[in-house]
Design a protein around this ligand. Sequence first.
Ligand code: 5GP
Ligand code: MN
Length: 329
Amino acid sequence: MMTTAEYTRQLDAALAFMNEGDDFLVVSHVQPDGDAISSTAVVGWLLDKLGKSFVLMNEGESPSRLSYLVHYDAIINYRKSQPTAAYKHIITVDCADYQRIGEVSSLFAEDAGLLNIDHHPTNNGFGTVNIIRADAAATVEVLYDLIERAGFDFDKDCATAIYTGLLTDTGGFRYSNTSSKVMGIASRMLDKGVSGHQLADHLLEKMTMPKLKLLQRSLSRLTFSEDQQIGWLYVAKDDMKETGAVSEDFEGIVNYALNIDGVEVGILFKETEDGHVKASLRSSGKADVAAIAQNFGGGGHVRAAGCRLSGSLPDAIESLVDAVRKALN
Ligand code: 5GP
Ligand code: MN
């Protein structure tokens, strides 16, 4: 565990990095989730306060259900706009490793400084300045500390983004990462005018028809290991086309596998456009899925991790399920 003094030193180094540059490129990970986009929005908000100019960018599209976030409309889709500028001051948020930045890293100048703000225990500190708090529930929790350290007041825009990142990365304040600190921050954000029940309804309860169809297909394929300790589902390439689902619709589906009595590890396999398979792993805590994912070039947290596998869907399922089986026994 990091000491308070060490953490304060890291926060100060991050603020010094922001104060020294003028023009920043802020990026989160490929297929960004709630915490990734919220963190991007919060960094934009903070750079604004510091009077800096910045560009917010991700490799692909941002989930449309997060369109209410401050600076959401400014987030550039790299694949769509194919920019060529080179940036010297980079801030990455919620990126567990350098590869997770995706194609946006081609815009980093060779001598660029990189501030890496994250909460994944598998993060190796690829930045020139790093704040990695593995005990934080979400990257926005670290950003909350950074804004406090900088001495700015939270307004409703910033509070909404922080609350969104906490809500999504804790599964609605239910996962084991829901600490008293998380609840304290959430409480302060509610005091700034955030509507907690509206956000929960919008992000966790409501479902589009394409997502419902995707869920129906996935559930019809739920499969278990002989001892029922592993449950998995898959989504093939054609499912996306036929249901009209988009990548944000995958969120939460893997939990249906994990949440069956007796299941210790749930996995969702997704066949990607480029012929790879993306796996999302969730654990009750008995197995460390970050360690398993790392063996396949991925990473994450003990109870939630991911990786990409090459080869066909059946091959990917066989090799990963086998690795999980070994980890459990
Ligand atoms: P998800 O399954 O929701 O995509 O991701 C679960 C957790 O694992 C998230 O914290 C995510 O950042 C991390 N994760 C997912 N895929 C990868 C990957 O390919 N590499 C690494 N390093 N982390 C991943
Ligand atoms: Mn996160």
